[in-house]
Design a binder for this molecule. Structure first.
Ligand code: PHE
Ligand code: ZN
Length: 948
């Protein structure tokens, strides 16, 4: 390990741990750089002495008193978990919203937590960036000696067993660019509290295991903010003097503060009446800014489908009288499941055929469903602490994946999900930020909304569903809802329900939650023709990850089929395991296991890990013939696709070697023939054909190389694309023509599949860049049938030196310049284009009036697309891409640390590259560490550098 200590340029002792390394200076103007909690607070007497000054002069921001501290970001550990000292029985909040700030009054009914072992005469409440006005206990205003301001919050002293706590603070939503807490997005007020944003609104035990019913009153100017929303059911509303009005909301379901939400704005809505399975009426509304009112229908339809599905599949009904969704333009994530009031990034609500692609529509359906499903998996049953994040996220992603599979093409959905998992989660799991599905420590929880917690977490639930089978899994889910409704629980509690409902021992399964790293299965086999025996051996190993080595054997579901020489599934028998549709669900539980099949008439071709039955890597010495056989015949659609991908991968990796050796890049005929078969197959599912024809991504391929060779990979992939297009041009053109849809735009699996295949074929053809194919691309762009086809063509036009590139981009800008979501696409295609001048263009686009560093969608569309979707130029050998990334992270960190930290992850796997690039990336990490980084950015940079 060669990480350099910030500032002094010295080698660091490799044995030093995170906690004792020298710290870079931290930004002093932010109060949130330390953790303060029940456990973390310094002992009495030793505390911040500026507390009194602040308290005696109401109006002084608390932030002033942290100047004296240069606290290092602190690591929070699961092993330090303590139950809360106090419980909140009721919350009443009043918001007085003004242009220059908001006044928040809070009243809490509090009692000592009977489950808390220690003394409870003190109580710590979180609070950050709050301008304290006054505090009271049981109606008595507190004096300076009644409490202590500590870093990150305040501690009440000398408390009775039960009491009422009230307070008033001023906050500054108009200055809030971090988009956490109460902030302004355009003309509206809105909130985002997960994970720890509620503490920026008022003093509160802001931790998910404190659940309470909320009553909220909002007061605001009637003309500017006619719509006032919060969680739960609506209560009284009416006019107030001076053109103001109020609305009250009651949420009877006890909830943690992270599910609190408030919205005030000039919004329009569409409405639908829904009747639950048991006949309870629910009023559904989607609120948007006036100009977007005609783009909400698909989201509403998706919501209704999701509500029905949850009733049918899980027996779960909605539980309030109203369900409201609000779309906002400035949002850090996709959407948020606040009880009864989901707040969405407008990207996941707004759509019309003219403005949204198929991918956008599918995203809307999936995210609307995801947030809705959280009502039971997340809200009714929530997380005990943030280490349990996957309890709600992994489970809810699993549920939304299954929903989308039922709504569209199940096979294609599975392939897309696995492609994402392999491209991003496998990479995360193999890098310095690797963490278990249930992490055991973090510096900033916002850095743990990851593909591991979400997507690997969903795979972990899926494996339990597979191991138990549908009936027992449903019984396990029923038990989970019954046992834990209204509670804040752990992933252990979830597995315990699955175990109880099935009677199975899942102790080895729990390792999936506790250890990071992608398990690797080494598979070998032997066929003995004389004895008609086939022997299959599987050895499992999980690589070391930061802080974890020598991992135990997991319980792994391993679905297996054996194909005969005609491509049919052999009849499989193993004692105690029943074959289903030609597949056996084997269970791996030991480091090495051998399965013996008897009466096997010929040497089989194994079909391994069917349906991707576990999130693992499989290593088996395939021959090209075996892969072609599987690709042609496997009864498991997923494995047909996977065999094709493996074959493509092998060809590409061989070409990389040839590229490095300076020899010609020739693509084997057998591959071209296999691709011709797919292109010319008119009976199969179009979307599956498109998946088969899509080349494995650069990131995924890079992991099969000792040192990632970006130029080589790029050249090899382009060579395959070009060779296929060259050899099959006539077939491609013909099939492209046949797939043209004449009728109106329709968003269903079949039409989406046809468009996807057609656009995949077009991308092959475009690589020829001859006048005929240039014409096809330009023609599709000009036809402008729907946004899917328009964007497919525009991204090809934007790629290289197409004669109509400039004109198309300018025309698009003129047409859509005022539509923020559509302009994101325009930024994206330019930032991901393969052109030598792309970084220069990205710089120029940052000056475009539609761009803003304050809007996360814009940052992702432009900067994010360049650093994550343009590997060739981001990894330019001169380091310009890395320097650019660090520049942007440094500029963004004071504005929005969450987004800055996310961007920086693009360099996390710097050690996978050649020494030159490693040095260049390390330099940029060090630069970031020497700045006054937020703890979000600090954690990513420090952990990236400290990998051995
Ligand atoms: N809980 C949200 C979801 O996955 C994601 C989110 C996290 C949104 C943090 C905002 C902030 O459904
Ligand atoms: Zn979620």
């Amino acid at each position: 390990m060669v990480a350099t200590a910030p500032g002094d340029g010295q080698r660091e002792n490799p044995d030093r741990k995170m906690t004792d390394r020298p710290r870079p200076p931290l930004r002093r103007t932010r109060i949130d750089h330390g953790f303060a909690g029940e456990k973390a607070a310094p002992p009495a007497g030793q505390n911040v002495s500026c507390a009194n000054d602040v308290l005696n002069s109401p109006g002084n921001p608390v932030t002033q008193c942290t100047d004296m501290k240069e606290a290092a970001p602190r690591t929070i550990r699961l092993s330090d978990y303590q139950p809360p000292s106090h419980l909140v029985q009721k919350v009443r909040l009043t918001f007085d919203l003004r242009e220059d700030g908001a006044r928040v009054s809070s009243w809490l009914q509090v009692r000592k937590n009977p489950a808390f072992a220690g003394e409870a005469d003190q109580w710590f409440l979180y609070g950050e960036e709050l301008d304290l006005q006054w505090l009271a206990v049981d109606g008595r205003r507190l004096q300076a000696s009644d409490y202590r301001l500590e870093e990150g919050g305040l501690r009440l002293l000398d408390l009775p067993q039960t009491f009422e706590f009230s307070s008033e603070v001023l906050i500054a939503p108009h200055e809030n660019t971090a988009l956490e807490g109460l902030y302004r997005s355009g003309g509206m007020f809105c909130t985002q509290c997960e994970a720890e944003g509620f503490r920026k609104i008022t003093w509160y035990p802001d931790r998910p295991d404190v659940m309470a019913p909320f009553e909220v009153r909002i007061e605001a100017e009637q003309a500017r903010y006619p719509v006032l929303l919060s969680n739960g059911n609506p209560g009284a509303s009416g006019d107030l003097p001076q053109g103001r009005h109020f609305a009250e909301w009651h949420d009877p379901f006890p909830k943690p503060s992270y599910l609190f939400a408030l919205v005030a704005g000039d919004l329009r809505f569409i409405e639908r009446d829904y009747s639950t399975a048991s006949g309870r009426p629910v009023r559904l509304r989607i609120y948007v800014e006036p100009e977007n009112i005609d783009r909400c229908d698909y989201a509403m339809d998706s919501l209704v489908r999701a509500m029905r599905w949850d009733e049918e599949k899980y027996g779960r009904e909605y539980d309030l009288d109203v369900f409201n969704i609000v779309a906002v333009n400035d949002f850090n994530m996709g959407a948020m499941e606040n009880k009864g009031l989901n707040v969405f990034n407008s990207k996941f609500i707004l759509a019309s055929a003219a403005t949204a692609t198929d991918h956008d529509f599918q995203g809307i359906e999936g995210v609307v469903a995801h947030e809705y499903f959280h009502n039971w998996t997340g809200n009714r049953i929530t997380c005990r602490d943030w280490f349990q994040l996957s309890l709600k996220e992994g489970l809810t992603v699993y549920r939304d994946q299954e929903f989308s599979a039922d709504m569209g093409s199940r096979g294609v959905k599975r392939i897309d999900d696995v492609r994402l998992l392999r491209a991003h989660q496998f990479a995360e799991d193999a890098g310095p930020m690797a963490h278990p599905v249930r992490p055991d420590s973090y510096i900033e929880i916002n850095n743990f909304y990851t593909v591991t917690v979400y997507e690997k977490g969903a795979e972990v639930v899926r494996m339990q569903a597979r191991l138990l089978g549908p009936e027992a899994f449903r019984r396990g889910m029923d038990l989970y809802f019954e046992r834990h409704d209204g509670q804040a629980v752990t992933t252990e509690d979830f597995v315990a329900c699955m175990q109880a409902a099935s009677g199975r021992d899942l102790s080895r399964f729990r390792h999936w939650y506790d250890y990071a790293g992608t398990p690797q299965l080494q598979v070998s086999d032997a066929y003995d023709g004389d004895r008609r025996e086939y022997r299959l051996s599987v050895r499992q190993a999980v690589p070391d990850t930061p802080g974890q080595s020598d991992k135990p054997a997991y319980l792994i579901p391993f679905a297996l089929g054996l194909l005969d020489s005609r491509g049919a599934d052999m009849d499989l028998k193993l004692p105690g395991i029943e074959a289903r549709e030609g597949s056996l669900m084997l269970e791996l539980r030991a480091t090495e296991q051998t399965f013996l099949f008897e009466g096997v008439a010929e040497k089989p071709v194994p079909s391994l890990l069917r349906g991707f039955s576990a999130p693992v890597k499989v290593d088996y010495a395939w021959s090209d013939e075996q892969l072609l056989h599987l690709m042609a015949f496997d009864s498991d659609g997923f494995n047909r696709w996977d065999a094709g991908q493996t074959l493509l991968q092998r060809v590409i990796l061989r070409l990389v070697d040839a590229f490095r050796a300076g020899s010609g890049l020739s693509v084997p005929h057998s591959l071209i023939d296999a691709i011709r078969t797919i292109v010319c197959d008119r009976d199969g599912e179009s979307a599956l054909a498109a998946e088969l024809l899509t080349l494995p991504g650069m990131g995924y391929l890079g992991d099969f190389m000792p040192v990632v060779d970006i130029e080589g990979l790029h050249a090899a992939r382009e060579a395959v694309r070009h060779a296929v297009a060259d050899a099959l041009k006539a077939d491609l053109v013909q099939r492209y023509g046949e797939l043209q849809d004449e009728g109106p735009y329709q968003v269903d699996a079949e039409h989406i599949g046809r468009r996807r295949l057609r656009n995949t074929l077009l991308a092959y053809l475009a690589s020829l860049a001859d006048s005929e194919t240039d014409q096809l691309v330009a023609g599709q762009y000009a036809a402008g049938h729907n946004m899917t086809d328009v964007m497919a063509a525009l991204s090809l036009l934007a790629e290289g030196e197409h004669p109509q590139r400039a004109q198309a981009l300018a025309g698009f800008e003129a047409r859509w310049g005022r539509d923020a979501l559509v302009m994101d696409k325009w930024f994206g295609v330019q930032a991901s284009a393969n052109r030598a001048s792309v970084l220069h263009e990205v710089h120029a686009l940052m000056q475009h009036p539609a761009f803003s560093l304050k809007n996360p969608n814009k940052v992702r569309a432009l900067i994010g697309a360049f650093v994550n979707a343009n590997p060739l130029h981001f990894h330019a050998a001169d380091g310009s891409g890395y320097r650019f990334l660090a520049d942007q992270v440094l500029a963004l960190d004071p504005v929005n640390p969450q987004i800055a930290a996310r961007l920086l992850r693009a360099m996390a796997r710097w050690r996978r590259f050649d020494e030159g690039r490693q040095g260049l990336m390390r330099e940029q990490f060090e630069r970031v560490l020497q700045s006054e980084a937020s703890k979000d950015v600090y954690e990513v940079a420090a952990k990236s550098l400290e990998t051995a």
